[in-house]
Design a protein around this ligand. Sequence first.
Ligand code: ATR
Length: 286
Amino acid sequence: MTGAARLRACVTGWPISHSRSPIIHGYWLNRHRINGSYEKIATPPADFASFARGVGVGDLRGANVTVPHKEAAFALCDRVTEAARAIGAVNTLWREDGLLWGDNTDAEGFARNMEEEAPGWREGARSALVLGAGGAARAILHALLSSGVERVAIANRTPDRARALAEGAGSRVAFQDWRDVETKLGEVDLLVNTTSLGMSGQSELALDISVLAPRAIVADIVYVPLRTALLEQALRRGHRVVGGLGMLLHQAAPGFERWFGVRPVVTPDLRALVEADVIAHTGGAR
Ligand code: ATR
């Protein structure tokens, strides 16, 4: 620990009580012996602009932003990174030369987790199918396109959202009718669930993946439970699978580096710590 002033960062959302980001950043602060703190701050939508004005002022070095403030954060920033611009949302705030900056690290988090849990996935993934068309889908679409995936199809319960996302994303991205997803699976190398289906307390994603080619990878961004029914089904069928927790862990690293000056590593110890917390809150369900 140094004698310098204590540095603060936080995550804000509405609600925010469920956030596991303090466990992640607390682990890294401790590991790097940084005199800092990372807390949860609940900010109702009406107060978000005033919250954002305080980022980078005084001892608050920066903030993570979560639901429902990511689009508002994007709109309030003076400068945004290329990823944030492509996604249209910001999850990481800091201040530089008096200007409020925003980044979106979800795409990087997804891609790094894919690399960790399905090494070499890019070479085999020419065609992907994304389920969902919300904020998470936008980030993952950006990650897939930046990683060189040639064709991405987007299916969503509300078709207009998928259509709008596909139309704004260029010639490599196509709309896919939600009702025909099971048939479409036969053509894809990578399936990604970005919907909240399968999350603890929500309905299951009722999808028969039997037409998926054996080489296909199945990814799910849900991490409560740690392994969704979709991933269980994929594992039983012998597919490589990628869970959602790693995306959460990896998206946190760039913010920590900006605020505290050290690039942290997603270690097995950190993963175990957050997994234990998830398991404790899901009655042991994995
Ligand atoms: P996020 O930022 O996590 O992506 P979101 O923008 O609220 O959150 O998006 C949630 C996604 O889960 C959407 O694609 C949503 O589909 P709709 O656009 O039709 O709402 C999807 N989703 C949520 N509940 C669903 C359900 N019961 N069946 C199918 N899709 C569902």
